[in-house]
Design a protein around this ligand. Structure first.
Ligand code: HEM
Length: 199
């Protein structure tokens, strides 16, 4: 009973925090309270937001094990969905305000700028994981579902490198994110060893 209550409370917290932060950011941008370059500020906020949410999602499993709080595991899907929503806003902002919905220009950017290529690949993985996150689909896919959802590790690696390559001068922040990503992957070293042994 207590764990059900904790899980509901935590999910409520995730909804409120994710929604309030993003709506507040758009409100500040629309009312011109966000500095000289609102488009850049929004792209930054949604990009960092998506990466933070992805990293928090990946922290849940080691945290739940360490703190022996299994109810935390139930929040992973919700965090994953908000990761996708933030990433979608990030791309839509880029598409609308930086390249004015020009599909040809978008394709050129994907081929000419490696950081955009990685961002797109990371987004495609997030899209597939979100579309297959429903319980019904999970049941239908059986064991294949877990194999597919292991691609979340690829998504976070691609997103961290996308951040690093997108930075023109300030490299400390993206390097910190790459280190956090590597640490999260290290927590899973036993899992990766098992995969290699199976091959
Ligand atoms: C097609 C997909 C994507 C496109 C076109 C895109 C585009 C961009 C652009 C234009 C920037 C700003 C670069 C600059 O400072 O000039 C950026 C930064 C960033 N993106 Fe993406 N992105 C994509 C996918 C993603 C995804 C999936 C994530 C995370 C899961 C992500 C996370 C970030 C982060 C963390 C930054 C750095 C924010 C900053 O410091 O400005 N991006 N992206």
């Amino acid at each position: 009973m207590k764990s059900k209550y904790n899980s509901l409370l935590f999910k409520f917290f995730i909804h409120v925090t994710a929604l309030v932060l993003i709506f507040n950011q758009y409100y500040l941008a629309i009312t011109d309270q966000i500095g000289g370059d609102p488009v850049q500020a929004i792209i930054h906020f949604t990009g960092i937001g998506a990466l933070n949410l992805l990293i928090i999602t990946l922290c849940i499993s080691p945290l739940a094990k360490y703190a022996k709080q299994s109810w935390l595991m139930k929040s992973r899907r919700l965090l994953g969905i908000y990761t996708f929503i933030y990433a979608l806003c990030h791309i839509l902002n880029f598409w609308a305000f930086e390249i004015q919905f020009n599909i040809a220009l978008f394709i050129t950017e994907v081929f000419e700028r490696p950081y955009i290529t990685l961002g797109l690949l990371s987004f495609i993985v997030l899209l597939v994981l979100t579309l297959t996150s429903l319980n019904k689909i999970q049941r239908k896919m059986g064991r294949k579902w877990q194999t597919l959802h292991n691609f979340v590790y690829l998504a976070v690696i691609l997103a961290a490198i996308h951040f690093y390559w997108s930075s023109k001068s300030e490299l400390i922040e993206p390097i910190i994110y790459i280190c956090i990503t590597l640490m999260l992957l290290m927590f899973r070293h036993k899992k990766f060893k098992r995969w290699l042994a199976q091959k």
